[in-house]
Design a binder for this molecule. Structure first.
Ligand code: SF4
Ligand code: SF4
Ligand code: SF4
Length: 272
């Protein structure tokens, strides 16, 4: 049972969130939604502990497809950044705002960019492409994310200004936004031979995720005494993290998506 401790704790955390939100709002949706997500994450963590090959993909599709298809396409909730601004400015603390608060703003203080490694529906598709490890040096174009972030904010402010900020408009923006993300993400992945190019240079959500994950309680630690500097961890990392350096200031420290590829590659188990 000991090796499944993390899986049980993760499920318990999500269950506590589910029950608290259900009891405080009276909305059954919160109970079902967070219980389902907690179950996927708990089972995924259990599969990971049992060293099953597709454990991460199980969570990625379990949570990502649920959010995209059920919450997005069927329930018509805009869970993208524009939806967050929309609900925030409407003063509605609904699914969209809670989703951002838990997964992308305060949650990363605890679990870093776990969202990016295990739940994001954009990366769920991009990770299927063949360039799992970047095949070239990182480009210096990360500033694009701030432009996209500002544009998303301006778009929603303009919608409010012109009285067009309705749920229907936000649903249309959700459809178009996702389509654009997938197309741009796939083109960039092929052009840069890097599945995660979209995450590194374009995704506006990283404006929240990166600073918060700098302080993350959960991170990959390197026992530098054990490390033999073979560089295998650096080769398999999809996010170019200098993971064999234990310092918090290691290169691309806020990029780690906790995928554990580096741990699997380390021949001396220096990464924990
Ligand atoms: S960086 Fe953005 S697109 Fe990439 S996994 Fe994270 S939230 Fe998804
Ligand atoms: S390979 Fe290691 S350092 Fe790189 S993103 Fe995955 S967990 Fe983080
Ligand atoms: S794979 Fe392990 S031993 Fe090799 S550089 Fe990375 S941490 Fe060090």
């Amino acid at each position: 049972m000991k090796k499944y401790k993390t899986a049980i704790i993760l499920f318990a955390i999500f269950e506590a969130i589910a029950v608290s939100l259900w009891l405080s709002t009276g909305n059954l949706f919160f109970l079902l939604n967070f219980s389902y997500i907690g179950l996927c994450i708990g089972i995924g963590a259990g599969l990971m502990a049992a060293e099953k090959k597709y454990a991460r993909e199980f969570v990625q599709f379990g949570v990502g497809a649920y959010m995209l298809v059920f919450l997005g396409l069927i329930c018509k909730e805009n869970m993208q950044i524009e939806g967050f601004w929309y609900y925030l400015f409407s003063g509605v603390v609904g699914a969209g705002v809670l989703h951002y608060a838990i997964a992308k703003i305060f949650g990363p203080l605890l679990f870093g960019r776990g969202w990016c490694g295990y739940c994001c529906w954009t990366a769920m598709i991009l990770d299927l492409l063949p360039y799992k490890q970047p095949q070239g040096p990182r480009k210096k174009i990360g500033y694009i994310r701030y432009i996209v972030f500002a544009l998303s904010l301006i778009l929603v402010l303009l919608l409010f200004h012109f009285g067009k900020a309705t749920k229907h408009t936000m649903f249309v923006i959700f459809l178009i936004g996702n389509l654009v993300y997938y197309v741009v993400g796939i083109i960039l992945a092929i052009a840069f031979k890097d599945n995660r190019a979209f995450c590194k240079y374009i995704c506006p959500v990283t404006v929240f995720l990166k600073p918060m994950s700098y302080f993350s309680a959960l991170r990959v630690h390197c026992d530098e005494e054990k490390c033999i500097q073979c560089g295998k961890c650096l080769k398999v990392c999809p996010m170019d993290v200098e993971v064999n350096n234990e310092s918090c200031k290691r290169k691309n420290a806020t990029e780690c998506i906790l995928c554990n590829q580096c741990k699997k590659a380390c021949p001396v188990k220096a990464l924990k």
